[in-house]
Design a protein around this ligand. Structure first.
Ligand SMILES: [Zn+2]
Length: 188
């Protein structure tokens, strides 16, 4: 596949947009960040907790994928898919430690702003903040966190109502059709 993804499924939530860079075609998982151009298009489309770097390199892609893979496994473990691995938490913690920040007083009363210590590379700061967003979901968000176990999806979303199984109606319909044809999950 050479075309740049449209990213139309992104939720506008940094932690989810980060890990929703793997998608299913049917039941097969596809990696969507395979080049600096892919990463560049994602940076334009995703909700980012820090300014996007002007340019990204192959090294940035490798760093992105290492933290993304750890985040993806931890979030899957949080919804009961796969094991929680201390090695993955260490990858996230190292990304956080690569760009430490202080909560500084802002310009107005009652406002604090995160300020990096020193001068991290913009991409290092972005990865650290993405790791922080994932940490916050893992600490506070698993009650609404869900994985849409439909063919052609496999994306994380936050439930908007209790027992919501699919990220949207099209996924529910595809999953029902797949189940009718003898392939599908136990989810309803
Ligand atoms: Zn879905």
């Amino acid at each position: 596949m050479d075309d740049v993804p449209s990213w139309s499924w992104l939720e506008g939530r940094p932690a989810l947009d980060f890990v929703n860079t793997v998608i299913r075609r049917g039941w097969t998982e596809i990696e969507l960040i395979r080049s600096p151009a892919d990463l560049d298009s994602w940076l334009d489309a995703a909700a980012l907790p820090a300014p996007r770097p002007a340019k990204v390199t192959a090294r940035d892609v490798a760093d992105f994928l290492a933290v993304r893979d750890a985040a993806l496994r931890l979030l899957r473990a949080a919804v009961g898919q796969g094991a929680w691995d201390a090695g993955d938490t260490e990858v996230l913690n190292e990304a956080l430690a690569a760009a430490p920040e202080v909560l500084a007083l802002g310009d107005e009363p009652g406002v604090v702003e995160a300020r990096p210590v020193g001068s991290p590379r913009p991409f290092t700061l972005l990865l650290a903040r993405l790791a922080g967003e994932v940490r916050d979901v893992l600490v506070a968000g698993p009650a609404e966190l869900a994985l849409c176990d439909a063919p052609g999806c496999g994306q994380f979303f936050f439930r908007r109502r209790p027992n919501q199984a699919w990220c949207g109606t099209p996924c529910g319909n595809r999953a029902r059709v797949a189940r009718h044809h003898g392939r599908g999950s136990a989810a309803t």
